[in-house]
Design a protein around this ligand. Structure first.
Ligand code: SAH
Length: 284
């Protein structure tokens, strides 16, 4: 069997740091990710950063169709060569951040399962891109830096709980599946990695009057982590039309003590507070 190392040697691939290239070389980990990614034989899978195609090949054995997205033209050439014999793999040469999930979802009339060993320098933009395309995506299984995964799955009252945790968990059920040691990659990353899996919900955890307004409230609440929530709200520019008394009223209506820190609020409290503030604005 051709190993990931063989492929790297065959194409004389010199990993490009700038593109976050760190290839999975541990065959067991590759198989484990593919097996846990909840791929069925009806699934259309988009792979982020297919690299040398080792995970791609595993997924293609299970899925109906795989769209392998890769930005590096040299790797795209190697992928086309390597995967030429697989009839259910399409290679998309380009940037995942510009990838149009809705056109693929429409084309196959199916929600997309997203998978990938994500280049770490674009992990936040990737998560936000998936969030904005969430109605076209069923679930995702991603390798990210361990700290990023800890933040994304964190619950309130924890130092890792922050804007990304709230914004993702409002729309998705998430869990950390397992950690992957640096020895499984070439070149070895300086950081540890974990696999996160998420399922986008049909409806957000709280029905939101305005999703953009909600994300602004969340960002404001965490603007200065150590400050009381009320003070963070008072300092938020987009809320400056509200007097201190009105902000206090909104917090009371939401059943949230303004002396608490943002990091103690649950998703439901954030959702309610945002809806109440939005209603107050609308009723002016
Ligand atoms: N999935 C492969 C490679 C992971 S390394 C494996 O596990 O072995 C990350 C890959 O993402 C690299 O191949 C890199 O070229 C690619 N990449 C980096 N930035 C990207 C972007 N913006 N869009 C798509 N692919 C990208």
């Amino acid at each position: 069997m051709t190993t990931p190392r063989d492929i790297l040697n065959q194409y004389n691939i010199k990993p490009r740091k700038k593109l976050g290239q760190s290839f999975l070389i541990d065959v067991n980990t590759i198989k484990k990710i593919a097996a846990l990614a909840r791929i069925s034989s009806d699934d259309v899978v988009v792979e982020i950063g297919a690299g040398i195609g080792v995970l791609t090949r595993e997924i293609a054995q299970i899925a109906k169709q795989v769209i392998a997205v890769e930005i590096d033209p040299y790797l795209v050439k190697a992928l086309r060569d390597q995967l030429a014999f697989c009839s259910n793999i399409e290679i998309y040469s380009g940037d995942i951040l510009k990838f149009d999930f809705s056109s693929i979802s429409n084309k196959y009339n199916s929600k997309i399962n997203v998978i990938g060993n994500v280049p770490y320098h674009i992990s936040s933009p990737v998560i936000f891109h998936l969030l904005s395309a969430r109605t076209d995506i069923s679930c995702f299984t991603l390798m990210l830096q361990k700290e990023v995964v800890q933040r994304l799955v964190s619950l309130p009252d924890n130092k890792n709980y922050g804007v990304p945790s709230v914004l993702l968990q409002m729309y998705a059920e998430v869990e950390r599946l397992f950690d992957v040691p640096a020895t499984c990659f070439y070149p070895r990353p300086k950081v540890e990695s974990s696999i996160i899996q998420g399922t986008f919900l049909e409806k957000s955890q709280v029905e939101l009057i305005d999703e953009i307004f909600f994300s602004r409230v969340v960002k404001a609440a965490f603007a200065q982590r150590r400050k009381m929530l009320i003070n963070n709200l008072k300092n938020a520019k987009f809320l400056e039309e509200f007097s201190d008394t009105e902000l206090k009223e909104a917090l009371d209506d939401a059943g949230v003590d303004g002396k608490r820190r943002g990091e103690t609020l649950t998703l439901y409290e954030f959702g309610n507070l945002s809806n109440i503030l939005k209603q107050k604005r609308q009723s002016r």
